[in-house]
Ligand binder design. Structure first.
Ligand code: NAD
Length: 489
């Protein structure tokens, strides 16, 4: 694995003294690599390379740009196990989940490769005689991509593939916790034949590399995924200088369980949503709002399943749940567990480091019952394997509780009642809604993202994800010279 930044088609070692240490959270003695942290000057080098590459890349036909991305998909498929292993070692999720993430990224590469053949504009009739009017989509220029650590492969793919296929050049900053997966991504784009400078990857801190990207007037758009704290500040700065910005941020996702729900199915879906990827998903299920008639039976099933989870290092095939990503997140998880108990919720399961694991950032799958909507564990994003269970007397009350938080990413309902389903879909304040499904998951061709404090800007993935990296040009062609355009319009 290369351990530098990838700038203008070269592996580049910043001169700075600071090293980004890439550590396995399941075993902190396992250091994957040390990456020299890039400086603002290094970011400028990447921007210069990207600007130079843009001139030719934007004139490269869309299908040809798509083919490069398709080749990247093929290479990633061949190297899928290698990427997944690096991902598990640096992020902690179990190998099966890491492999799933890699495959999802490959679907996204394939989907966007095909978009190179489309890039639709519109043809519309003109009010003027003998005039042909239409729109075309054009790339923006150099765009900045800033990603979190929790999906270090899929998220950078769903940002970079549409940006590249649309004809932009990219300066990508991975999270400092997960540079290994990012380095493999740069290798793959290089091997796929992407011209130098079209994809640049700069490893370093948010306050140096991230800020340099956000503040550079050469960066025409910023696509950010991460916390509200960082995203909120970044949005204001980038938008103030006229850049296009999209920010996908935190979530606090609920599953509503109605009296007619299939409880076995609901329990399996909640279990996967809450404890999959150690709860470190923006779409993780962190709240259950159940009707009183089914709450106890559901809770029993949830506890029974969660008790069977084997916690441990993600490369051990018998393990079901890996560690928190680092010490900070691990402490956050334990602090919220303590807070939940102090707030008066009933700790039903878990709550501490598993006894058989004396090192690594492991937390037991944790379930709280009797959680009321005013409690902080109900309202705030924890980002760990901690599930809150509450009751509501009606769908109306469940929706009121579900909507009472600031976030708006995803929600699910379990019911067979069509009236409840339709009311739920209409009233719930999230960008994605599921019926009889987990809160997690997305597909390349479907828009992904949230409303309220979760998301501002364009949805990601799908056609919308590509549109973000383009702007429209409206073309008026008066082909006969006879038309008279009304000047007063
Ligand atoms: P984070 O905000 O700490 O970091 C995200 C990225 O921003 C990192 O690359 C970081 O280095 C960079 N950064 C930090 N300070 C910066 C600055 N001043 N300027 C520019 N960049 C800066 O988030 P995280 O801890 O990596 O990720 C977890 C968060 O991401 C959670 O809140 C989670 O819900 C969210 N998330 C959201 C989605 C979604 O689609 N809504 C998906 C995944 C994760």
């Amino acid at each position: 694995m290369h351990t530098g930044s990838y700038i203008n088609g070269q592996w580049y070692h910043p001169k700075s003294e600071r090293l980004v240490r890439n550590i396995n959270p399941a075993d902190t003695t396992d250091v994957l690599a040390e990456f020299p942290a890039a400086t603002a000057e290094d970011v400028q080098l990447a921007i210069n390379g990207a600007q130079a590459a843009f001139r030719d890349w934007k004139r490269t036909p869309g299908p040809e740009r798509g083919r490069v991305v398709w080749r990247a998909a093929d290479i990633a498929r061949r190297r899928a196990d290698e990427i997944a292993r690096a991902l598990t070692r640096e992020e902690g999720k179990i190998f099966k989940e890491a492999k799933g993430e890699v495959l999802k990224g490959i679907s996204l590469l394939e989907y966007y490769a095909g978009e190179g053949f489309r890039m639709h504009g519109k043809t519309l009739p003109s009010e003027a005689r003998d005039t042909f009017t239409y729109t075309i989509r054009r790339p923006l220029g150099v765009v900045g991509l800033i990603a979190p650590w929790n999906f270090p492969w899929a998220i950078p793919v769903w940002k970079s593939a549409p940006a590249i296929v649309a004809g932009n050049s990219v300066v990508f900053k991975p999270a400092e916790l997960t540079p290994a997966t990012a380095s493999l991504m740069a290798e793959i784009y290089e091997e796929a034949g992407l011209p130098p400078g079209v994809f640049n990857m700069v490893v370093g801190s948010g306050s140096v590399v991230g800020e340099a990207i956000v503040n550079s007037p050469a960066i025409r758009a910023v696509s950010f995924t991460g916390s509200n704290e960082v995203g909120g500040a970044l949005y204001v700065k980038a938008a103030a200088r006229g850049a296009k910005v999209t920010c996908e941020m935190g979530g606090k996702n609920a599953v509503i369980v109605m009296p007619d729900a299939d409880l076995d199915k609901a329990a399996v879906a909640i279990h996967g949503g809450a404890f999959g990827s150690t709860g470190q998903r923006c779409t993780a299920t962190s709240r259950v709002i159940a009707m009183p008639a089914v709450k106890e039976a559901l809770l029993e099933r949830l506890v029974e399943q969660a008790k069977k989870i084997k916690v441990g290092p993600g490369l051990d095939e018998s393990v079901d749940m890996g560690p928190a990503v680092d010490e900070k997140q691990w402490k956050t998880d334990l602090d919220y567990i303590e807070l939940g108990t102090r707030e008066g919720a009933r700790l039903v399961l878990g709550g501490k480091r598993p006894e058989h694991l004396s090192s690594g950032y492991f937390v037991e799958p944790t379930i709280f019952d009797n959680v009321s909507p005013h409690m902080r564990i109900f309202r705030e994003e924890i980002f760990g394997p901690i599930l809150s269970v509450s009751t509501a007397k009606s769908l109306e009350e469940a929706l009121q509780f579900a909507n009472s938080v600031e976030y708006g990413l995803t929600t699910s309902i379990f019911t067979q009642n069509l009236d409840w389903v339709m009311n739920f879909v209409e009233e719930v304040e999230t960008g994605m809604v599921h019926v009889n499904e987990p809160t997690i998951g997305g597909e390349a061709q479907l828009p992904f993202g949230g409303t309220k404090a979760t998301g501002v800007g364009e949805r990601e993935m799908a056609e919308e994800g590509l549109n973000f990296f383009t702007e429209l040009k409206t073309v008026f062609i008066n082909y006969s010279g006879k038309a008279e355009r009304l000047m007063i319009r």
